[in-house]
Design a protein. Sequence first.
Length: 316
Amino acid sequence: MNSIGDQFMSMLNSIIGFIPNLISAILFLLLAWIIAVIVKNIIVKGLNAIGFDKWLEKKGLSSPDEAKRESEGLIATLGKLAYFLVFILFLPPVFDALNMQSVSDPIREMMTAVLNFIPRFFVAAVLVLLGLYLAKILGKLVTNLLKSLNAGKFNSYVNFGDKSKEGIDIPNALGWVVAVLIGLFFVVQALSVLNLEVFNTIGTAIIAYIPLVISALIILALGFVGGNLLSTVITKSTGNAFVGEIAKYLIIIVAVFMTLDQLNFAQSIVNLAFLFILGAVAIAFAISFGIGGRTFAEKQLHKFEDKVQKEDRGSQ
C-alpha cells in the first residue's frame, strides 16, 4: 500500500505542480484574446471612420450591403486577419508556460521569419505603388510630348487595314510601352527586395526577356512602316492599288514571323510555317497570273511599260 500511495502522491504532486503552468497559459490566452479583439475593432472601426468602405464601393470592390454588415467584406477580413495574427504571436509563450518547447520553438522560428519578411514586403509594396505611379506619369508625359510634336500624322504608316479607319495611335502606343517598361522594372526590383529564390528567378527572366520584346516591337513597327511606304510607292508607280496592297501585306507577314522568331516563340515551327506560307503564296501567285490571270497580268505590264516610256520621253 505504501508503494501505491507513493505513486498516487507523485501523480498528485505532478498535477498540482502543473496547475500554475496551466493558469499561466490560460492567462496568456485571455490576454491574447483581449488584445486581438481590441486590434480587430481598431482596424475595422478605424477603416470605416476614414471612409475606406466608401472608397471600396466606388472602386467596385464591395457592395453597400457588405459595407453595412461587419461580418463580411474586405474590412472585416482585414480585422479577422489581424485577430488571428495576434493569437499566433501569443502561441509561443502559451506553449512555453505548458513546458512544450518542442511545439513553441518551431512556431517562434516561423514567427521570426514572418516578422523579418514583413518589412521587406512593405518595401516591395511601396516600390510597386511608386513604380506604377511613375509609369503612369511618364507614360502620359511621353504621350503628351508626342502629341505636341504632331506625331499622330504618321499613324497611317502603322495602320494595318483601311487607312480611312482609325488605327494605331503612335503617341498613345509609345506612352503605353514606356509605362509598361517602367512598371516592369519596378516590379522586378520589388521581387528582388523580397529575396525569395522563386521571385528572384522570375525577375531575372523578365529582365532578360525585355530586350527581346523591345527588338521585336521595333521589327514589327518597321514592318508596318516599310509595308505602308512600299505600298504607296508601288501604287503611285504602277497605278494599281491591288499590287501595292499585296506588297504591303507580304512585308507585314515577314515582319510578324521575324517578330515571333525574335521572341523565341517556337522557332522551328515558326520558320517552317513561314517557308510553307511563302511557298504557297508564290505558287498561288504564279498560277493565278500564269493561267487564270494572264490577260490581267499582260494589261498591267503594258500599263507599267507605257508609264515608264512616258517618263523617259518627259525626261528627254
